[in-house]
Write a protein of this length. Structure first.
Length: 181
């Protein structure tokens, strides 16, 4: 077991030095597609895989309309919702793990950083985006694709970037956010 950890540590160290960071991470813009790769995770039995990720739509709002006359979900004070609709087409020979698309690291223009988790009570369908969430959609098999949304809540006082990383903390891409006030 010790040699496996040494190998994993060496692999992590190598990946850390090779990992793009900050300004070197590719920006995914609305309507654009980027190739991404997922690092293997032997502990969780997730193989290496790749996909083309397209940001099909992005909406930013302080409240998310609800169906059936329910009250809208309102962002916490000082925060705003970011709804990302993405199409993920698997281009590898293994299932593509979409879990890394459900959370991100947000970095504001002033350098403030926050880990941003999925806002599970939110639904972007009221803003005209897909009703499905990556949490509920299957991992696409080779040649398949899924189209789903991720709802995140970020600070609204400054522009920033949401950086998406795989389970090994390797940066895949980032998406720009704007100040809401």
């Amino acid at each position: 077991m010790g040699s496996g950890r040494a190998h994993a540590s060496a692999t992590t160290a190598a990946r850390t030095t090779a990992t793009p960071s900050g300004d070197h991470v590719r920006v995914l813009k609305e309507g654009k597609t980027l190739p991404v790769a997922i690092s293997p995770d032997q502990v969780l039995d997730i193989p290496a895989s790749s996909a083309e990720v397209t940001l099909t739509d992005l909406k930013q709002a302080d409240s998310l309309p609800s169906d059936a006359g329910l009250d809208p979900e309102v962002a916490d004070p000082g925060m705003t919702f970011i709804c990302l609709e993405m199409k993920v087409k698997n281009t590898s020979s293994a299932e593509f793990d979409t879990y890394p698309l459900t959370h991100a690291r947000w970095t504001g223009k002033d350098g403030e950083a926050k880990n941003i988790g999925l806002f599970t009570d939110g639904d972007c369908a009221g803003l005209g985006l897909a009703d499905e969430s990556f949490v509920n959609e299957p991992a696409p098999r080779p040649g398949e694709f899924v189209r789903a949304t991720t709802v995140l809540m970020v600070p609204d006082n400054q522009p920033g970037y949401l950086e998406f990383e795989d389970r090994q903390d390797f940066a895949m891409f980032k998406v720009e956010t704007h100040a809401a006030r």
